[in-house]
Design a binder for this molecule. Structure first.
Ligand code: B12
Length: 486
């Protein structure tokens, strides 16, 4: 039996997190499976608690763990490694383990360059982590544990990949190990937020996305009964009123998805859902969009990424440019908030192409738009195409906000400035529109979101410096910043 501490590294870049404080769902599952195998586990969310390294180390010291495990996507890798390095300095006998999308692919560099990392868990961790600990305890052979990588003398060894877990209904979540007081959705002051997962994977192969590589274009789903029972349990047991559905692609199977919606409508739990899905499924589901809203879905993110067909094809996005606007209109018509992103910053980007994207963003008119900068994950399909244009290898900047690639026609500073101009232009025309909205729900949602963006996002430090603001917008922004708009 080991004492295991699962630490979410304290990484912040001020985009998605500006809307709330989010639990780490991966740890909920890992903790459940570790506990079922007889270990003592604690989840420590340094990110949501905003704990910096000294405080993190105090907490680690106080828990006296045998194992410290952390997680990393590319941008949070430096923050995750920093913790493991300090852990080894604290006590060389504490085992350090890391998992997540980045190290799944980059295990070799991580184990070579960072000697304070003992083991990497690749792909899904629920079965692998307890088996790894069994092997470390000497009960089985390390090489027989599928899905791990480790140092063997001067060599790095990776065992064969473990097949993906087939029955997701059998996963064991440890919801009781979360400190629920941490989690809230700022747009609904006083709310309590949970992240749930109804499926894993995506069968598409968008070239800029890491998830299709992680799940190898597979898709598995829980039964409608299992996920809706869990939602009911979370509402009743932990008073959750806002759910974020973590799935890459929750709607892939229309029959299952409609059953989930019907069950939620019947359960009438009074909670709301934020989710993402694909443009083509929204078109497919136009006839049941009212059910989405009735089931509590209030916010849908659809990845539009690009507005011209050529770029969409280059990204392998598998959608027609014209369909994106239709999808947004369908969601709007159902009274659901729309959010989308446009990917900028490829090597061929020019001031003109950015302006064209902004013009299309305005035409598409989602409630919320992100102008994201392409991040060249070293393991993504687009890497080879992008590698000669990379300006920084500081992974902390690979967060889709900071420029990493230098377009041929401009500097990264100019690129960033133009991205800020996109935000400015898009939201400065949105804000007065919101102030005049008749739909009370949407008006409140939009203005509260704007306040969250102003309070917490990376835009905060830039927005008031962006040059002249129309008087009306400035008044609203200042009131929002002063907390006077509700
Ligand atoms: C929820 C979520 C968040 C939450 C994170 C909450 C948290 N603390 O975990 C919030 C909203 C904060 C967030 C923020 C960001 N996110 Co995010 N997020 C997601 C999302 C939608 C779901 C993740 C999830 O819960 N999956 C379900 C769980 C069960 O799976 P999992 O986390 O992969 O964990 C499993 C395995 O990976 C493995 N594993 C993982 N860690 C470990 C550790 C150990 C020790 C072991 C053994 C195993 C293991 O085992 C787990 C169980 O099987 C994913 C997209 C997706 N659908 O996966 C994007 C995603 C992870 N986010 C991404 C990005 C880019 C960001 C931001 C940088 C975006 C931005 N600019 O704001 C920010 C970072 C800001 C910050 N402060 O961290 C990217 C990462 C891309 C990459 N390759 O690096 C993703 C993949 C989205 C995408 N399609 O591009 N995000």
């Amino acid at each position: 039996m080991s004492r295991i501490l699962l630490v979410t590294p304290d990484y912040h870049c001020g985009v998605v997190e500006s809307a709330g404080k989010w639990p780490n769902l991966g740890f909920v599952y890992l903790a459940g499976h570790l506990r079922a195998a007889g270990h003592e586990v604690r989840i420590y969310d340094a990110m949501s608690k905003d704990h910096k390294l000294p405080e993190i180390m105090d907490n680690i010291r106080a828990y006296e763990p045998d194992v410290v495990a952390t997680t990393a996507y590319t941008a949070s890798l430096p923050a995750a490694l920093e913790i493991l390095e300090e852990v080894k300095k604290l006590d060389n006998k504490i085992l350090t383990i890391i998992g997540g999308v980045h190290v799944t692919f980059e295990y070799e560099t991580v184990l070579t360059d960072y000697v304070y990392v003992d083991y990497v868990v690749r792909y899904e961790g629920e079965e692998t982590f307890p088996e790894l600990l069994q092997a470390i305890e000497g009960k089985t052979e390390l090489r027989q544990v599928r899905g791990i990588a480790f140092r063997e003398g001067p060599e790095i060894e990776a065992t064969p990949q473990r097949p993906f877990i087939q029955n997701l209904d059998n996963l064991i979540p440890a919801w009781d190990l979360l400190d629920w007081t941490d989690y809230t959705f700022f747009v609904h002051p006083g709310s309590r937020l949970a992240i749930v997962s109804s499926s894993r994977g995506c069968m598409h192969d968008c070239k800029f996305c890491s998830q299709q590589k992680f799940w190898q274009q597979s898709w598995r789903a829980r039964s409608a009964e299992s996920i809706t029972n869990e939602i009911e349990h979370l509402v009743k047991e932990y008073k959750i009123d806002v759910f974020f559905i973590a799935d890459e692609y929750p709607t892939a199977d229309r029959e299952r998805w409609e059953e989930i919606l019907d069950r939620l409508i019947n359960l009438d739990l009074g909670c709301v859902f934020l989710m993402e899905t694909r443009v083509d499924d929204i078109l497919r589901d136009e006839d049941i969009m009212a059910k989405y809203r009735k089931a509590g879905i209030i916010h849908i993110y659809v990845g539009i990424e690009a507005t011209d067909q050529e770029t969409l094809n280059r990204f392998n996005k598998g959608i027609a440019a014209n369909d994106s606007k239709k999808a947004l209109d369908i969601i709007h018509a159902a009274g659901i908030v729309t959010e989308t992103s446009f990917v900028l910053g490829g090597p061929e980007e020019t001031v003109e192409s950015i302006k064209a994207t902004l013009a299309m963003a305005k035409k598409y008119n989602p409630d919320f738009a992100h102008f994201l900068l392409l991040a060249p994950w070293p393991y993504a399909d687009m890497y080879d195409e992008l590698k000669d244009h990379i300006e920084t290898f500081d992974y902390a900047k690979y967060n889709l906000v900071e420029p990493v690639i230098k377009p041929i026609a401009m500097t990264t500073e100019e690129l960033f400035e133009h991205v800020l101009k996109c935000y400015k232009s898009f939201y400065f025309s949105k804000i007065p529109e919101w102030a005049n909205l008749e739909d009370g729900f949407k008006k409140d949602y939009a203005l509260q979101s704007m306040r969250a963006i102003m309070d917490n996002s990376f835009l905060k430090e830039h927005v008031l410096k962006l040059g002249t603001m129309p008087k009306l917008v400035e008044d609203i922004v200042r009131k929002l910043l002063a907390g006077k708009v509700s």
